[in-house]
Design a protein around this ligand. Structure first.
Ligand code: ADP
Ligand code: MG
Length: 478
């Protein structure tokens, strides 16, 4: 663990956040935070910087975590160029008596009221003159970084046209296709381009987030603020709408938001893992709204397109990758772009750590697990959780689904998530849900942790192999 100085990055993050949130909301949560230290943990593949922040109370910590953590991490990552995790240390005087202290609720009240007021006057997130990066969009999800081939040309061209003429061309718009084919990238590229080149306000959210905020608003009696937030925008991007299925009340709210925005000529853009006609558990009215959209699909890339994506990614990471390695990856991974880039990143990380040039032999050896691990049909995350808990002796499935961070629970949980991603077709969002309702970013973080450990711990691979064998056994017998 090496000490690093991240204070400058932290300060800059706060400055940007103050701009994004407005003074009232910002100071309610961040005026008493302070930078403590940053340490890098050398877990191999991905080096993660743990930034430790002092925060006045556990109440503040929980709220900051649930509301702002993603934005904080995105900003810190962008400023430092490193993978970042945030840890909190409770510093304030309220630390001891924070449990159920009434004053905490007052703090929340104050902040929320101010935010509501701002929302009512339409003053939230008004674009500044020279706009910085959009706080909710990934900066590298741009049109420049999106390789166009026959598999995605129609979708990509439509997306570019929208970005030049928001509110007018192809509204509403829906991109659908399988996991890891570039739906989020393309949607965010539209958002980034509009944000950069106009004064239009862009809101990006996932269906998960929309749902969580809706539930919170219902609980806090803040529906008008919620409605205002999603109606006071020029462009609304909602990612992965398939998760709205079976959530009836939020569907109703979305239906009204949809109508409101469309009638005021605001742009609506959605992504989905299937065509809307196949969302069986969606209210008829809402489904017909989605069916109204211009629907474009993303197909898996063919060999030439896979090579082009790999070359473009290697170039953007300034990594020298021999042609035969590009060819090896492109021939072996055909189903999705995320896995394609994931494999390339594994190799780039390996060569950076080992400081050795990449050869075809090293590539073959490092990627053999990825290439020869076909997904198991019908395998559920519950089975994986059971077997992993069992494997670690003394753990229960609930330990892995819960939040405890003691002993080897964290490691077992991370490992189970990693195995779930490897052995099933579930998305990180679905895995998070099956692990006791965790966020997909938690799942992604866990997977990266294990990938990192795999590069440095020679015994881990065989541990994983034997757990996988047990899982296969178990599912064969049940
Ligand atoms: P989805 O939302 O469809 O699951 P993402 O948009 O998250 O997929 O894409 C997965 C990864 O693949 C991202 O890192 C993205 O940048 C990359 N990607 C997908 N399609 C392309 C493309 N055509 N060119 C470059 N990168 C791509
Ligand atoms: Mg996506």
């Amino acid at each position: 663990m090496a000490e690093l100085d991240y204070e400058g990055f932290w300060k800059e993050t706060l400055i940007q956040l103050r701009n994004d949130l407005g003074e009232a909301e910002f100071s309610g949560w961040f005026s008493e935070t302070k930078y403590i230290r940053a340490q890098s943990s050398k877990t191999g593949d991905i080096i993660v910087i743990n930034v430790v922040i002092g925060i006045p109370s556990a109440f503040h910590r929980d709220k900051v975590k649930s509301r702002y953590q993603n934005i904080l991490i995105t900003k810190l990552k962008e400023l430092s160029g490193k993978e970042v995790a945030i840890e909190y240390e409770i510093t304030g005087k309220t630390a001891k008596k924070e449990a159920a202290s009434p004053e905490n609720h007052q703090i929340e009240q104050k902040v929320d009221t101010l935010t509501d007021k701002e929302a009512d006057s339409g003053a939230v997130l008004k674009p500044a003159k020279k706009r910085g990066k959009h706080p909710l969009l990934q900066e590298n999800f741009t049109f420049e970084g999106f390789v166009i081939g026959d598999n995605n040309a129609f979708a990509a061209n439509a997306a570019v046209a929208i970005s030049k003429n928001p509110g007018k061309t192809y509204n509403p718009f829906l991109i659908y296709g399988g996991v890891g084919l570039g739906k989020t990238h393309l949607m965010q590229a539209i958002g980034n381009s509009i944000h950069e080149n106009s004064d239009n306000k862009v809101i990006y959210t996932t269906s998960e987030n929309f749902l969580n905020e809706y539930v919170q608003a219902v609980m806090d009696n803040k529906m008008s603020a919620f409605k205002n937030k999603f109606r006071d925008t020029d462009v609304l991007l909602i990612d992965d709408i398939q998760f709205f299925q079976s959530k009836e009340r939020v569907q109703e709210e979305l239906f009204h938001t949809f109508n409101h925005l469309l009638s005021s000529k605001k742009h609506l853009i959605f992504t989905c893992d299937r065509p809307p006609s196949e969302m069986k558990k969606l209210d008829e009215r809402l489904r017909s709204r989605f069916e109204q959209c211009l629907q474009v699909d993303l197909q898996p890339p063919r060999y030439e397109e896979r090579c082009a994506i790999l070359r473009a990614t290697a170039e953007s990471r300034k990594a020298e990758i021999p042609g035969e390695v590009i060819d090896l990856i492109a021939k072996n991974i055909s189903s999705n772009v995320r896995d394609l880039i994931g494999a390339l990143n594994t190799l780039i990380a390996y060569t950076e750590i080992m400081k050795k040039p990449l050869t075809i032999e090293i590539a073959q050896q490092k990627l053999k697990n990825i290439f020869y691990a076909p997904k198991q049909a019908n395998l559920t995350n519950d089975v994986i959780i059971r077997v992993v808990a069992d494997y670690f002796g003394g753990l229960t499935p609930n330990d892995l689904k819960g939040k405890k961070r003691t002993g080897n629970i964290v490691f077992a949980r991370q490992l189970a998530m990693y195995i779930a991603r490897e052995m099933t077709d579930y998305s990180t969002t679905e895995i998070g849900q099956d692990f006791g309702g965790k966020d997909h970013t938690t799942v992604m973080h866990s997977i990266e942790k294990i990938r990192g450990k795999l590069l440095t711990d020679p015994t881990l691979e065989s541990t994983i192999d034997s757990i996988k064998m047990q899982i296969k056994d178990f599912s064969a017998k049940h």
